[in-house]
Design a binder for this molecule. Structure first.
Ligand SMILES: [Zn+2]
Length: 132
């Protein structure tokens, strides 16, 4: 067996193992959804409750996930606010940085024009020995 064959063999063995584990995880997810379907689920932060009789398209886990994203008392709300704040600040600083870039480019152009005017004069003065 060449080393290439060994690598392929190992890959195949592990691929099968991963597929088995994924199948097992999916089975467990279905099982969890079945168990939760007949239960009440509460948000531990605000107490909002979803019951087995509530009409929901999604699973209970998804319903809770969706609630958590909107719950004002869940720590995720603070994180979302922080993200919003940082994003706003980052956008503001990006605008400022762009303005500075433009100003910087303007100043560079002014400096280039200034040098273009002054350098010939300096060269002339230097030729005549007026610069020491
Ligand atoms: Zn909540």
């Amino acid at each position: 067996m060449t080393s290439e064959d060994k690598v392929q063999d190992l890959y195949f063995q592990h691929r099968v193992h991963v597929e088995q584990l994924e199948a097992e995880i999916n089975k467990m997810r279905v099982w969890i959804n079945d168990l939760q379907a007949g239960m009440y689920i509460n948000c531990v932060y605000c107490g909002h409750r979803y019951g087995p009789d509530d009409e929901m398209d999604a699973t209970m886990a998804n319903a809770l996930k969706e609630h958590i994203e909107r719950c004002p008392k869940h720590p995720m709300s603070d994180l979302k606010n922080d993200v919003r704040m940082f994003r706003t600040a980052a956008e503001k600083w990006q605008r400022i940085a762009k303005e500075w870039e433009r100003e910087n480019a303007d100043l560079r152009n002014e400096l280039r024009e200034y040098k273009a005017k002054v350098n010939p004069i300096l060269e002339e003065l230097n030729k005549e020995g007026l610069l020491t």
